[in-house]
Ligand binder design. Sequence first.
Ligand SMILES: [Zn+2]
Length: 241
Amino acid sequence: MTMPRFFTLPLPDYSTQKGSYNAAYKWGLPGITCPLCKATWARSGLNYPAVDLSALPVAKKLSKAYLEEDFEEYERLRDQVRPLLPPDYPIETGAMFGPLVGKARGPFSAFIIQAGDVLLVQPDVLTLLQAEGLRGLRGCRTEILFRPKGVPELLDLHIEPRGLLHADCIPKSTPPPCPKCGRHGFSLPKEPILDGASLPQDLDLFRLRNFATVLIVTERFKDVVERFELDGLTFRELPVR
Ligand SMILES: [Zn+2]
């Protein structure tokens, strides 16, 4: 049996990517200062574009990025959002929800990966990927104003947090995650390694739970993109241990 191979999507190769956007998620949990570990922070990459907060009484409050000084209020906000997510999904300060709101100018390449942790795709490309049997691809409508008129509206892929960066990537000197706010402060190493036992077998695209800005695709995903010469992405293989 050959070992499955996994690839990350490095930041844009502007020679292959066409078009650009400027947008932010409609809702997000605020930044915090933790009363226990004292860190002021917000996590990047926990984006849940398929999760609609519009029915929540706190939706308006969560529509602005801010620093919540009152940790109990932060917990109240977080706990209102929690039931809208599958129980095992991480939800932390900085988590983002709902559609991207902003502006974009095309024409676009098949994929746009401009922020590292957000992957936009042309609707007919998504249909093709799904028809080729790639699993776990879910396109979400945005509230982006697309220009020029008539250009296909890109979809935002809802990318599940599954799989882990290997524990060897976390420096030994790193304190364990804060029991109060969940912060686990370490930087992404230059040579990331994936934790083989943690990798999902039912998805061809996912993000890492313990480093949510890192998007991972399978070799199947890469093969389809290359076979159909879909532009906008580059791939870098990551070792699995
Ligand atoms: Zn803390």
